[in-house]
Design a protein around this ligand. Structure first.
Ligand SMILES: [Fe+2]
Ligand SMILES: [Fe+2]
Length: 142
């Protein structure tokens, strides 16, 4: 399965925000590589933790920015963030459940699901929620 690639159509029109989104995609790809290579569960968990923290921090920043500006779609936007975080938690739980010997299961199911659901989410979220937010309010503090 190919890594996720940044596409110009993901752009929200603010270079610094696009850069942050690219960094999130890079972290997803790191996790993808670790899962696909069947790295030890400990290592996969660490990469997963890095991704989860980076995404949570990015979302928290956006949500604070929206609230500070009285943005009209905070709840809908936040709900979409929560959807991805739930999905990532599920994928991680699934991965850890399949781990009985200390190595990652390496059957490809987690990798496929991660890649498919995360890519679909990013494409839609960047193009809709984030594009709308940044076209109305511009850049947020980094
Ligand atoms: Fe974003
Ligand atoms: Fe967002």
């Amino acid at each position: 399965m190919a890594p996720l690639e940044w596409k110009d159509s993901y752009s929200v029109g603010v270079a610094a925000v696009d850069h942050e989104h690219q960094e999130l995609i890079d972290l997803v790809n790191r996790l993808h590589v670790a899962l696909e290579a069947g790295k030890p569960a400990e290592e996969v968990s660490r990469v997963f933790g890095d991704l989860f923290r980076a995404i949570s921090a990015h979302f928290a920043l956006e949500e604070r920015f929206m609230r500070e500006h009285g943005y009209d779609q905070v709840e809908q936007h936040k709900a979409d963030h929560e959807r991805l975080l739930d999905e990532l938690r599920d994928i991680m739980d699934e991965f850890l459940d399949g781990d009985s010997d200390g190595a990652s299961n390496g059957d490809g199911a987690s990798v496929e699901r991660l890649a498919a659901s995360v890519e679909a989410w990013f494409v839609n979220h960047f193009k809709t929620h984030d594009a709308r937010l940044h076209s109305r309010l511009g850049d947020h503090p980094h």
